[in-house]
Design a protein around this ligand. Sequence first.
Ligand code: PLP
Length: 388
Amino acid sequence: MSYQSGRHFLQIPGPSPVPERLVRAMSKAVIDHRGPEFGELGRNVLAGIKRIFQTESPVVIYPASGTGAWEAALVNTLSPGDKVLMCETGQFATLWHELATRLELEVEFLPGDWRHGASPEAIAERLSRDSDHQIQAVCVVHNETSTGVTSRIADIRRAIDGTGHPALFMVDTISGLASAEYKHDEWGVDVTVSGSQKGLMLPPGISFNALSDKALARHQQARLPKSYWDWSSMLASNATGYFPYTPATNLLYGLKEAIAMLEEEGLDNVFARHQRHAEATRRAVQAWGLEVLCLNPEEYSPVLTTVLLPEGQDADALRKVILARFDMSLGAGLGKLKGRVFRIGHLGDINDLTLLGTLAGVEMGLTCAGVPHSPGGVHAAMRFLADH
Ligand code: PLP
């Protein structure tokens, strides 16, 4: 490929663009991961990441992608044949379901239409029928990256509590953390799973399990085989700032800096910034006369917006035109949404002009690809951003 001038617009819903400050923070020689300098870094990031999850409990950091942290959450808390309740919110919930099934868990999948979040009522209804408490865990994807729908975690917690059911509550906020509001302790989540390459603005390569006392207690009895993922050996080494095996040292340099950046801005300001950009994006989509996939305004994602194209239009062809003409990557439709939708990522290190450049690329792309639409989406977003 020949040189393309200007910067590439990486507007997929993760990995998100890595800001210059993080590139520089990671661009250092590797140090001895058993030496004193590393211990200081380890203690720093292990304490700092708890503030991002809004928890007082330990957060385990794996040198792995989010999928590894999904597996870790299950193998550390469950035993062979355990029953688990999962919610079909989209492609990522489907993949977590497949993973759990391969681990020989007995998984029940509450059906969903991929246009709504997990239903607190449906979860409560299922748990209340489980009178002998066979279901060991309820697993929900917070920000479903394939659909742009965010499940209401606090409402689901209340619904579970309303049934008095003792199941563990596990949440994947791989694409939500540090972009969408998330409160591990206050929302009573037992295991939260996340990753580095979305709201934390880092490259892919590290992922997380935030724990609770209840999850740690279940861990003591859990019999699924585990070695690499074992919380016990992790927590034993983490107590002094170290890891049981070689950590992703340079990503941890980046994590330290990412936490500093998020705290300089203030987490609440970060969440508000994402809400504002999501609203501007939806106004553009509406002005184009296109449809946002998410049907419940209470569940609109602040992280990404998934746009449904009119019947007969090919979203992959549109994305291809936009990449070729404007050097911008947008998210593809995944699973059953392939070719039907495209996804605009507005997460992580983004400002008004980044968003407007992104929306301009989409609007020009719609014209170039011959997708029927009304002009004026960028203008609608500009007006909203200027006024708010
Ligand atoms: N869960 C969600 C919500 C995701 O968005 C992703 C990746 O995009 C994953 C899980 C899987 O994570 P990874 O690709 O880092 O293994």
